[in-house]
Design a protein around this ligand. Structure first.
Ligand SMILES: C[S@@+](CC[C@H](N)C(=O)[O-])C[C@H]1O[C@@H](n2cnc3c(N)ncnc32)[C@H](O)[C@@H]1O
Length: 381
């Protein structure tokens, strides 16, 4: 069970004008190893990230000067996973990254007798289930570990201490949903919806602005923490430049969740205003937006940025709708539960599976190519 922190789980905030606002800070996925846990339901993220493995290895081989990094650090290489959750994907990612770095070192220094030592720093929000993470650490690992609780939108590590940082399927979680979409008198008020999918331009713009602000903070922190020449790799949901989120399969998911919640409120389970004040803090950027925020930061060179199909193996979504929804539940349940309670959240996920299974033809028509973005950056020297 996740500990109940009064700060992390506090959904409302009284602002200066005395208005009550919903604050939707992200919450970690389901802990433990039960039916809806992330540890049991994260293989889609694993498969999606694995599409990028070869490209990341290639970038390490071509661009990471491991010999130089090792020389400046007494042969200790520090690797950070930002938004690691409970495992097991974080362990697979660490293994692959370390293998690629070792391989590069062997290529650069074929006659060396010294071996590298690795320190892997697992970061996530303080309320993440770090117990499950630590108790499932692979026994045969060849690296030292530490857990680093905190938001990756802030500083996490000492200055110039990290050689390689990566983040898979985490940076689409905004630090909070934009405030204007919750304000009744704002043109960006997102009434009756829980996301920017199919919403007005004002709502989409407000989410985009929140992403730009958060990503800027993320990069500012990483620019200080990475050593010159260090590498930062991001894998996350993305969109082709100019594509509307309602064209994408995840957009259909958010629209369906929103309309099911509206139905449940009409059935008297809760007040409709609870939907109006809830906006899921999820944003998928385009390469154009990513480039802009990286260039604004100015401390990184863009080594590679591309969109990919995260599931080239998947012939038809119909085969996987119930599994897909359980994966979504493992990641998002805590955030819905905080706003709507256990019963409503459970009912929403039940209806979601049924509704999307019935709409499987529509699910099939939604865009799925190029909805994962890979970004490889190098800290300027
Ligand atoms: C979908 S999980 C991905 C976990 C893992 N990287 C993977 O690929 O399976 C996203 C993780 O990001 C974490 N996260 C979200 N916002 C965060 C933040 N601001 N700081 C640190 N971690 C965050 C969540 O708690 C969650 O564990």
């Amino acid at each position: 069970m996740r500990p109940n922190s009064s700060i992390d789980h506090q959904p409302y905030q009284i602002c200066r004008e005395g208005k009550v606002k919903m604050v939707t800070n992200a919450l970690p996925p389901n802990g433990g190893s039960g039916t809806f846990s992330y540890s049991k339901n994260s293989y889609f993220q694993k498969l999606s990230s694995s599409v990028e493995e070869r490209k990341i290895e290639e970038e390490i081989q071509k661009k990471l000067d491991v010999q130089k990094l090792a020389c400046g650090s007494n042969k200790i290489i520090r690797v950070a996973d930002l938004g690691c959750a409970t495992g097991p994907n974080t362990f697979t990612n660490a293994k692959k990254v370390l293998e690629a770095i070792k391989h590069k070192y062997q290529n650069q220094c074929p006659n060396t007798e010294t071996t590298l030592e690795f320190h892997v720093l697992f970061n996530d929000l303080p309320s993440n289930d770090f117990n499950t993470l630590f108790t499932s650490l692979p026994h045969d690992r060849n690296y030292f570990t530490s857990g680093v609780p905190g938001s990756f939108y802030n500083r996490l590590f000492p200055q110039s201490s990290i050689h390689f940082a990566y983040s898979t399927y985490a940076l689409h979680f905004l630090s909070k949903s934009p405030e204007v979409v919750q304000e009744m008198n704002s043109p960006a008020w997102n009434k009756g919806r829980i996301h920017y999918t199919s919403a007005s331009k004002e709502v989409v713009d407000a989410y985009a602005a929140q992403f730009a602000k958060d990503a800027a903070k993320f990069l500012d922190a990483r620019a200080l923490e990475l050593v010159p020449g260090g590498m930062l790799v991001i894998v996350m949901p993305g969109v082709p430049n100019g594509m509307s989120y309602s064209d994408i399969v995840n957009g259909l998911l958010f629209d369906s969740m929103g309309s099911i919640l509206m139905d449940l409120s009409k059935e008297g389970l809760f007040d409709e205003s609870q939907v109006d004040s809830f906006n899921f803090p999820f944003y998928a950027p385009s390469p154009e937006e990513m480039t802009k925020v990286i260039e604004m930061n100015g401390e990184f060179n863009i080594e590679r940025m591309e969109l990919t199909n995260p599931a080239p193996w998947l012939k038809s979504m119909n085969q996987v709708i119930p599994e897909w929804i359980i994966h979504v539940r493992a990641v998002m349940e805590a955030i819905f539960t905080r706003q709507f309670g256990n019963e409503v959240t459970h009912e929403m996920f039940q209806r979601l599976t049924k509704e999307l299974s019935e709409k499987s033809e529509l699910v099939e028509t939604k865009h799925r190519d190029k909805i994962q973005i890979l970004v490889v950056l190098k800290r300027k020297e």
